[in-house]
Design a protein around this ligand. Structure first.
Ligand code: ADP
Length: 555
């Protein structure tokens, strides 16, 4: 007798007209662990054979009246075109030539039969495993193709959900994404086999969850065939989605968990098996890349739109600046021409014209400086020079010369703490606001500079005047580039609308805020809120970078 060896057992169907002989053959195979079904010819024989879903068929040349070949053709068509066949030849068939994987002759030696069946079953198992791998790879290939064709984000989530469910023969599929800002996991519409209302209910914080819940980074994927009673799962999620069985795998980009891929409810008593995870993980890997590609694509699209907007703003800026440069230049040229061409010009007129030329030149220089400063502020080239700064002397130095028609009140309490700021830039802001207070208070009046502590981390500088004031509907835009109050009284004063924009950018560069309160005809108060330490307030904290990945893992 030949030993059957340690080949893995399988499902064997024996097609035999004689029950006794069929059972005798079955008894030879069962000790090796094979599940053997003996099928007799007659009505229902084929469906019994198919239900057995054998790894190998063993039979005699004739199965009742029908040649074995025909029965095999039907079985192979329904089950597997490569289904192996072992033919047992009785003495009377001894010379028949048959296309089978093995031929065993009567009287059958149990050991020899066991060996041949064992090796064929093992080969069939290997072949099936290989076929499964090929199917998986082909499936993954198709996945990337399908996902890369997706349109908007919703279309992509819908495709991933549908594809995962179909690939895993599940009734439900769903993508969940991690939102690092809210530190929440959120289900994405549309899913597959789920309503929008169900999906809308699935959103949960990833922090502070009980320890016995599944932790996807530490524990990896999860398979559960009793979802309702599984302590690893969040009951409200299981309830919202009505899950009986579920498989969840993380969506990951390198070490970072970006979300979860879930399939649920495959029919059957113990539907999801660990070996199904490989397939879902393969889909998840493709899905994570597709979602990331989609996000990057959106980001590029937005950046492109912003770039066009910058381009438009730059052209507009250049056009306005060119215009603002041309007006004083024309004035300078005009007055210079008058002085040059008229030798008899009275001295006081000559002096007046020369003064205008000087004023216009100053305006031009200011405009050139503002333009350069704005370009440095907007391109991030302006480096602040942080230093300990005393506000009392800074305010005094910022007061412009020649306040003939105005009175100035400075109200800066003694003993104010020094703050960390860029003293020169801050002085520029205060000078600018004081200049405006003078320019837009044509009747004179008091101008007050007040400094106060606000809590122990901030200071407020206020510059108040009793001038034209600002109509309420125009207050909002004044801190934008080129914005000026559009009343005759305001426009009579020469200006470019760049000063307040520069003030805002510098104050924000200090981690502060600037605003104005005003009553038309009665005056305006500009306020600047500054942190006591601008350097600390504007240095981004480093600890935020790792937070997302850490908390995502707790989903
Ligand atoms: P500019 O004074 O060069 O026009 P700003 O950017 O400094 O530019 O100011 C923008 C506009 O805000 C001014 O044109 C003016 O209409 C209005 N404005 C600024 N300061 C005052 C103020 N103290 N009172 C009334 N209006 C003001």
């Amino acid at each position: 007798m030949i030993a059957a060896g340690s080949a893995p057992p399988g499902q064997v169907a024996i097609l035999h007209a004689s029950v006794e002989r069929g059972e005798a053959l079955a008894r030879m195979l069962r000790p090796a662990g094979h599940q053997v079904t003996v099928v007799r010819p007659g009505p229902g024989a084929l469906s019994t054979l198919l239900a057995a879903s054998p790894d190998l068929v063993l039979g005699t040349l004739y199965f009742g009246d029908q040649p074995l070949k025909e029965t095999m053709a039907l079985a192979r068509g329904a089950l597997d075109p490569e289904l192996p066949l072992v033919i047992v030849l009785g003495r009377e068939d001894a010379d028949a030539v048959v296309a089978a994987h093995e031929v065993v002759r009567e009287p059958v030696d149990a050991g020899e039969l066991g060996l041949r069946v064992g090796s064929l079953v093992a080969r069939q198992a290997e072949r099936r495993a290989l076929q499964k791998k090929i199917d998986q790879l082909a499936g993954l290939n198709r996945t990337s193709w399908v996902f890369s064709l997706a349109g908007g984000a919703e279309a992509l989530f819908g495709q991933i959900a549908r594809y995962s469910a179909e690939a895993l023969r599940a009734e439900k599929g769903l993508v969940l994404l991690y939102d690092p800002e809210r530190r929440e996991m959120e289900a994405q519409v549309p899913g597959f086999g789920l309503t929008r209302e169900q999906i809308a209910r699935v959103r949960y914080p990833v922090d502070g969850e009980p320890r016995d819940r599944w932790n996807f980074r530490m524990n990896g994927p999860l398979v559960s065939n009793q979802a309702a009673s599984d302590p690893h799962l969040l009951p409200e999620v299981v309830g919202a989605l009505g899950l009986r069985s579920v498989m969840v795998v993380p969506l990951a980009l390198g070490p970072q968990i970006t979300g979860l891929l879930l399939v649920g409810d495959r029919p059957g008593p113990a539907p999801f098996r660990d070996e199904d995870l490989g397939m879902l993980q393969g889909v998840a890997a493709q899905a994570a890349v597709a979602i990331e590609n989609h996000r990057l694509h959106d980001e590029i699209k937005e950046a492109n739109i912003r770039l066009h907007e910058y381009d438009r703003m730059k052209s507009e800026f250049v056009a306005i600046i060119a215009h603002d440069f041309r007006s004083p230049l024309m004035a300078i040229r005009g007055f210079a021409e008058l002085v040059l061409e008229d030798a008899d010009l009275p001295l006081d007129s000559r002096q007046e014209f020369m003064q205008t030329i000087m004023d216009q030149t100053d305006d031009l220089a200011r405009l050139a400086n503002d333009t350069l400063l704005i370009s440095r502020l907007e391109t991030g080239q302006l480096e602040y020079n942080w230093q300990d700064t005393e506000l009392a002397p800074l305010v005094l130095e910022a007061v412009p010369l020649g306040l003939a028609r105005h009175s100035l009140v400075t109200d800066v309490p003694a003993g104010l703490p020094a703050i960390v700021a860029d003293a020169d830039r801050l002085k520029q802001v205060v000078t600018n606001l004081l200049n405006n207070a003078v320019k837009y208070s044509p009747e004179g009046g008091a101008i007050t500079v007040r400094v106060r502590e606000r809590g122990d981390q901030h200071l407020v500088i206020e510059i108040a005047d009793q001038g034209l004031g600002i109509p309420a509907d125009q207050v909002g835009r004044l801190f934008q580039k080129f914005e000026r109050v559009r009343t005759d009284d305001h426009l009579r004063v020469s200006g470019t609308g760049l000063g307040l924009y520069i003030c805002r950018r510098i104050v924000e560069g200090h981690g502060g805020r600037i605003w104005v309160e005003s009553e038309p005809g009665r005056g305006s108060t500009f306020s600047i809120l500054l942190p006591v330490d601008a350097r600390a307030a504007t240095t981004p904290s480093r600890s935020d970078n790792t937070g997302a990945a850490r908390s995502a893992s707790k989903a």
